[in-house]
Unconditional design. Structure first.
Length: 248
């Protein structure tokens, strides 16, 4: 056999040999890799980015499911309002269609929540609508943002959150109190769970909240109204009161 024939024969064996080496090196790890893949698929542990926050597929799916379910409820309520007139004294169906944002509007909202990823879809929608969304994870941080940043027209806050390593179920009410004491004029929308609405709505309204809701649809309907009301002319300097001091 000539040298050329030998080289040709070796070349024909090269790719099968390389494949055999790869399989030999990878095969011991395949069960673990396949197991990890199956577990990720089972738990939907893949990550996606929404509005700058990293969520698991499960978290993103749950947030989307909550919004779709709420929209279905609101649409059903509006359809009920268009049905034959209710009997005198009957309660009106809740809910209102979200108002469109005017193209010339330039709004800034401060969103206070220790878990902003839980509202990533809501904040992403606001940003898509041209609203600048600032974030704070505590009452103290929110007060600092308001003291240092001009032009915040409205505030969205949760009720319960972890502050200083401790869960405070009424942190949102404390924020409302601090805002009133410091003289900040921005309207506040409390965005919390249905349980929080049922439990603390009256206290939040008494503390100065303009709206208390657990509904994304109501959030998007109320915010344009609050922002436009905040844009009405007021006494000079109302948008930047004195820098608040932190207790202790």
């Amino acid at each position: 056999m000539t040298a050329a024939r030998i080289i040709e024969a070796l070349g024909s064996l090269l790719w099968p040999l390389l494949l055999a080496v790869v399989v030999w090196r990878v095969a011991p790890h395949l069960p673990g890799l396949l197991g990890d893949l199956r577990e990720a698929l089972r738990t939907r542990a893949f990550k996606v980015k929404v509005g700058g926050a990293e969520l698991s597929v499960e978290e993103a799916t749950e947030q989307l499911r909550r919004q779709v379910s709420d929209l279905q409820t609101q649409m059903a309520a509006q359809l009920a309002e268009r049905s034959p007139p209710r009997a005198p004294g009957a309660a009106a169906a809740p809910g209102a269609a979200p108002q469109a944002w005017a193209s010339e509007d330039r709004w800034t909202v401060l969103w206070v929540d220790d878990r902003p990823e839980a509202n990533a879809l809501e904040m992403a929608k606001l940003r898509d609508d041209g609203v600048e969304v600032l974030q704070a994870k505590s009452t103290a941080e929110a007060m600092d943002v308001l003291a240092l940043r001009r032009g915040v027209q409205a505030i969205v806050t949760d009720l319960g959150r972890v502050e200083g390593g401790e869960y405070r179920p009424h942190a949102g009410l404390e924020l409302l109190k601090r805002l009133r004491e410091a003289g900040f004029p921005q309207p506040v929308l409390v965005y919390t769970s249905a349980r929080g609405v049922a439990r603390d709505r009256d206290d939040a309204v008494a503390a100065g909240a303009a709206t208390v809701t657990a509904s994304p649809t109501e959030l998007f309907a109320a915010l344009p109204q609050l922002l436009r009301s905040a844009a009405q002319p007021g006494p000079p300097g109302n948008d930047r009161p004195r820098r608040p001091t932190h207790p202790g």
